[in-house]
Every structure is written in structure tokens, then in C-alpha cells.
Design a protein. Structure first.
Length: 466
């Protein structure tokens, strides 16, 4: 028995010492982790004193340079996964080999749902964008890509029960007046074919093809011209070469890949400037089949749709940015906002970058309660917050008057300052007259308005501080 104990202790010591002993001959690299390794810490600070952070810095250096680091990370991840535990906070384990992104959990379970006022503000953001685009001869079409858990709830663990009330998207669709693409309905109809990767947040080639088909069908209705669409029933080749992003989050050094569908499509479009990758923030194409000009505001779900959409229209501009980049959105036959379901709350982070549409002065506000406001100015953007705001906002109007007259604009119900919440507003104007006065009206279940306030009293702000 003593010999067995001694042998066990010896093996344990060797195993513990091995990573450090092998460091000179098996140096570790962090290439798969997309970051620089921690540097060897200095005992003294630049001022000559003792570096009190030395122990923590040394531990960070050792963790980054220990030999066989990739092996230990992989073993650690697989061991935890075998015990139904994720090694990364942002990755949620599902049934079998299914993985999910944690950001979708709040909406999926309803644990921290958005309030009715937040839903109303999100709807008003979309409606105001639509209003501004219609003033330029087009309008807004919205394609919300479902979270993987919304299409495959049966693959979620029982520890995450699905909410039995409408989710954020369902509530938004009911509250907004914009045109929505029925993406979720199209995916639900063919969900049994496997439309999302197991170890990735995104849809696979077939899912993207189905999504593209229904998006282009809807855009055809918008512009009144039939755009060519990829047929989801086309034959494809399977290659096991897709490195799942969630799989890589659990183990950056994993070589595991998933099956992906590859179609034998031929495209005629050209890039105006060859992008470095489909992740580029701006991609412009021309030479597509139909004489139409499209603007696509998108996220990473468009990556697998990009070639199909680019080939459908003569000119397509793909923009990937928040706030929504709409300052120069003129001359398009259609504008599409593609956004994955879990990112919808981002609509309340900052107002879209677009001029406020001109409107008539708000009516039926004679009995509106008068409230104070904080008014800030950043170049030609007016923003701030009222002291009080009505529930279930339906309109935010901003008036500007000076000696030449009075003009009114639709403002966004978002200031860009998190603390302003439901009371915030923002309007980007072409110019702000030097001696102008400003009034803001908010209409919802009730109506409130401010007194006319001189822009000279506004706080001059630097948007980079917001």
C-alpha cells in the first residue's frame, strides 16, 4: 500500500511539474485566442517602487506560457462539458452537442423581459426610421433572424424553461408599423431539415438559403420587381469544415468541425472594392441581375446571404454598424434592416444616425402636462431627457422656432445616454438657428410637453463622451 501511495504521489508531482519543465522546449502560443500573451512582470515600477501587482502579473504570465496550454484547455473544457458545465460564461450547454449563446437566455426564459415601455420605444425607433425613409421615396423593411433557441427549443436543457408569454420580437412586431419579413415562419416550416449549426450561433447554408429566399421575396413586393431568389431545394455538397464559434469559445484550440452545405451557384455581381472578408463593415457591389438599388443594414447573419442578395440587384450597399448608419440613405429602392433576435435591445442604446423627418405640429396637446427637460446640443443634434414621460410612447416631436418661423420634426425616443431611459429623445437636424427655441412633446397614454427653451441654454456636449 505504501508503494502504491508513493507511486501515486510521484506521478502526481510529475504531472504537475511537467507543464513548467517543458516550457523551454514546448513554448505556448495564443494564436487561436486572438490576443497577446501576458509579458514577464517587472519587480519595480517605473517610479522605482516595488510592483505590488507582481504576484498577479506573474500568475498571468505563467498561465499564458505554460507548456501544452492548448492541451490543458481542451481537457478542462471537455471535462466540464461531461459534467454538464460550460467552461465559458457566454456559452450555454444544450442537449447532446448543442451549444447556445447566453445573450439569448433572458428573452428565451423571460427572466428579465423588456418592459412594455421599452417595447413601445423600440417600435417607435423603427417607425421613425420608416417615416424618414418614406420621405426620401422608400421605406424600411425589417428581417429579424430568430435565435437558435427560438427555432430549436427542444434542444435547450430543462434548466432553461421557455417563457409562455410573447417574446421581444413578437411584441415588437405587434407594436410597430414597419414591414417585417416572415423569416421565422419560413424557418419553422423546415426546421426538421437542420437549419442551424450545433456549435455555432448562426444558421447553416440551408438555413441561410431559406432566409435569403423569403427576404428577397419580400423585397420584390416592396420594389414591385421580381428579384431572383436561390431555391432551397437545389442540390448541394456536404463538407465537414465549419469551425463553430461557440465550440471555439469553449476550446480555442479545437479542431472539431461541423457539416456545411455548399451549393453550385454562379454569380455575376462584382465587388466595387474587394473586401478583406464578409465581416467588413462596408461592402459595395454592382452588376447584379435586376435594375434595383438596395441598402442592407446587417449583422453577421448576412455573411452567408451576401452573395445571393448582391447577385439579385444591380447595386447593393451592405453596412454593418450601430447606431444605424442612415445619414445618406437616399436613392434606394429598398432599405432592409437584418438583425438577429437577441440584438433587438441595441435599438435603445443610441439613436439611428439619420436626419429627423419633418412633420406637422403635433395636435391635441392643449391639455398636455408641462414638464421640464435637460437639453444638450452636439453640432446639429439635439438630445436630452424630459423630467416626466408618458407610458407606451407613440410619438416624440421636437419643435424649432426662430424669427423665420416654426418647424417640427419626429425625434427618436432614445438620447444615447443610458440613464435617460424612457424619458430620452434625440433629433439630428440640418442646422440649428443660433437664436432658436426648442420644444419637445411626447405622446403615449397621455401627453407631456416642455416650455420653449432657448438653445443658448442647452448644454454643449461632446458625443464621444456619451
Amino acid at each position: 500500500m505504501k508503494a502504491i501511495r508513493a507511486a501515486f504521489i510521484a506521478v502526481a508531482l510529475i504531472v504537475m511539474a511537467l507543464p513548467c519543465a517543458l516550457m523551454p522546449v514546448l513554448p505556448s502560443t495564443l494564436g487561436a485566442e486572438n490576443r497577446l500573451p501576458a509579458e514577464w512582470p517587472a519587480l519595480k515600477t517605473e517610479e522605482g517602487g516595488f510592483n505590488t501587482d507582481y504576484p498577479d502579473q506573474y500568475e498571468a504570465w505563467l498561465q499564458d506560457h505554460v507548456a501544452l496550454r492548448n492541451v490543458w484547455i481542451g481537457l478542462h473544457s471537455r471535462l466540464l462539458r461531461a459534467m454538464n458545465t460550460s467552461s465559458q460564461e457566454q456559452v450555454v450547454l444544450g442537449k447532446g452537442d448543442w451549444l447556445f449563446y447566453r445573450d439569448m437566455l433572458n428573452d428565451y426564459t423571460g427572466a428579465e423581459p423588456l418592459s412594455e415601455n421599452e417595447i413601445a420605444r423600440m417600435a417607435l425607433v423603427l417607425d421613425t426610421v420608416d417615416q424618414g425613409l418614406k420621405a426620401r421615396g422608400t421605406g424600411l423593411t425589417v428581417a429579424i433572424i430568430p435565435n437558435k433557441g427560438s427555432i430549436y427549443p427542444e434542444q435547450m436543457l430543462d434548466a432553461y424553461p421557455r417563457r409562455d408569454t410573447p417574446g421581444t420580437f413578437e411584441q415588437l412586431k405587434a407594436a410597430s408599423h414597419v414591414r417585417f419579413v416572415p423569416v421565422q415562419e419560413a424557418l419553422n416550416e423546415q426546421a426538421d431539415k437542420g437549419l442551424y449549426f450545433h456549435g455555432d450561433v448562426h444558421w447553416n447554408g440551408l438555413g441561410a438559403r431559406i432566409g435569403t429566399n423569403v427576404i428577397l421575396e419580400t423585397l420584390s413586393e416592396v420594389i414591385g420587381v421580381e428579384l431572383p431568389r436561390p431555391d432551397p431545394a437545389d442540390d448541394y455538397e456536404i463538407k465537414v469544415d465549419w469551425p463553430g464559434d461557440l465550440t471555439r469559445m469553449l476550446d480555442p484550440y479545437s479542431t472539431e468541425c461541423e457539416p456545411q452545405q455548399y451549393y453550385n451557384d454562379k454569380f455575376r455581381f462584382k465587388y466595387k472594392k474587394r473586401p478583406r472578408s464578409v465581416e467588413d463593415l462596408t461592402i459595395n457591389t454592382n452588376g447584379g441581375k435586376v435594375n434595383a438599388r438596395l441598402l442592407i443594414l446587417r449583422d453577421s447573419f448576412t455573411n452567408q446571404m451576401l452573395e445571393y442578395i448582391a447577385d439579385a440587384a444591380k447595386q447593393v450597399d451592405f453596412l454593418r454598424a450601430m447606431p444605424l448608419p442612415l445619414k445618406n440613405a437616399a436613392g434606394y429602392d429598398a432599405v432592409l434592416l437584418e438583425m438577429v433576435e437577441r440584438r433587438l435591445p441595441e435599438l435603445l442604446n443610441a439613436p439611428p444616425d439619420m436626419p429627423a423627418p419633418a412633420i406637422d405640429a403635433p395636435s391635441d396637446i392643449d391639455g398636455a402636462a408641462v414638464t421640464g427637460m435637460r437639453l444638450e446640443i452636439d453640432k446639429t443634434r439635439l438630445f436630452g431627457a424630459l423630467e416626466e414621460a408618458p407610458d407606451h410612447l407613440k410619438a416624440v416631436s421636437l419643435g424649432v422656432r426662430d424669427a423665420s418661423g416654426e418647424n417640427w420634426y419626429s425625434a427618436f425616443p432614445v438620447s444615447g445616454v443610458e440613464e435617460d431611459g424612457d424619458r430620452g429623445f434625440s433629433a439630428l437636424l440640418d442646422e440649428i438657428p443660433e437664436n432658436a427655441e426648442i420644444c419637445v412633446v411626447m405622446q403615449g397614454d397621455t401627453a407631456v410637453k416642455t416650455d420653449w427653451v432657448s438653445v443658448s441654454e442647452a448644454i454643449v456636449s461632446d458625443k464621444n463622451d456619451k
